[in-house]
Design a protein around this ligand. Structure first.
Ligand code: FAD
Length: 285
């Protein structure tokens, strides 16, 4: 089922994100993770491309196809910065052959070790190309606290509008810890005439190192309530995990109460944490 068909006014979509296995690792662990996550009845599970694992042999497509085979809709992430048109053609053909209908079209981060190929400069170029190539539903990424490379927040929103006009019919947000930042972003986006469904990206804190890494990549701001948790429990992994679960659940309750279109939970392939969060908010979904 195409993701755009899942959004109805007044109902919050709950979706999950996982990453594929790292190179030379068996996919069995990820398949076990999926078998647990499907019990949370997600509207769909998306599978990252390149980030955290490797996708040279379209492992993203393989995992997305496995999810579909389990009776859960899936979306495959696809980045273009290090791919030529020919590379993208091969991947799209493979997605089609595997029955994958939904693609999250991304530029990808610029990696000094993998110089850009320049066939696609921005995600909107990939969106236009995918639209030419097949009948896919296309999602895009958005940044509640502005993309780190954007000249200004206004410029970033203007680029987002171009991406939507190019054919994106659903957006998934970068992680954030401050809901007020997300609400301000929604106001800006609606003011710019963007009305596609936008899912709020929530990443639970499970360990200090991973959160510091994510904050340095994304520039997400940290509310005082959040930094107090980090400071108090940084040397107590179990307490930090539990506080992180409670913080994420609290964020989600507030977001659903405010009528968001959807919650996209970055599971980090950790079914225990995802299950606890789901249990805390299940009745609201
Ligand atoms: P774009 O939309 O191209 O935007 C990138 C920058 O260029 C922005 O600053 C924007 O303002 C600017 N820009 C856009 N269009 C133009 C234009 N026409 N002219 C000038 N400037 C322009 N990365 C991975 O490697 N694999 C993944 O699986 C992955 N999944 C993600 C999932 C989500 C939900 C999110 C939010 C991010 C994900 N990322 C992933 C990270 C993403 O690849 C990076 O954030 C990347 O830096 C930007 O990708 P984008 O698609 O948003 O780029």
């Amino acid at each position: 089922m195409k993701l755009s068909e899942k959004f109805t006014k007044g109902k919050c979509v709950f979706s999950l994100e996982i990453f594929p296995p790292k190179k030379d690792m068996s996919p069995d662990t990820v398949y076990k993770t999926i078998d647990s996550l499907k019990n949370l009845r997600p509207a769909f599970i998306s599978v990252t491309y390149g980030a955290g694992g490797t996708s040279g042999d379209n492992i993203t497509g393989e995992v997305a196809a496995y999810i579909k085979g389990q009776g859960v809709d899936s979306a495959a992430h696809l980045t273009c910065v290090s791919n030529t048109r020919a590379d993208i053609d091969i991947l799209l053909e493979d997605f089609k052959a595997k029955g994958i209908e939904n693609i999250l079209a991304l530029r990808g981060d610029i990696n000094p070790e993998r110089p850009p190929k320049h066939d696609f400069e921005h995600a909107c170029d990939l969106v236009r190309y995918i639209k030419e190539k097949g009948d896919f539903h296309i999602s895009g990424a958005c940044y509640p606290e502005c993309h780190t490379e954007a000249k200004s927040f206004e410029a970033d929103i203007a680029r987002l509008k171009e991406k939507v006009d190019a054919g994106v019919t659903h957006l998934m947000s970068q992680l954030f810890f401050d809901n007020e930042a997300f609400y301000r972003f929604l106001d800006m986006v609606h003011g710019a005439g963007i009305y596609v469904p936008i899912e709020a990206g929530i990443m639970p804190v499970t360990n200090k190192k991973s959160i510091e890494r994510m904050v340095s990549i994304t520039g997400a701001s940290l509310p005082a309530k959040f930094t107090r948790i980090m400071a108090r429990y940084e040397n107590n992994p179990e307490a930090l995990r539990d506080a992180g679960i409670a913080y994420a659940a609290d964020q989600i309750v507030d977001l659903i109460s405010s009528g968001v279109d959807g919650i996209h939970l970055y599971t980090m392939n950790n079914p225990y944490v995802a299950e606890k969060i789901y249990a805390a908010v299940e009745g609201l979904l």
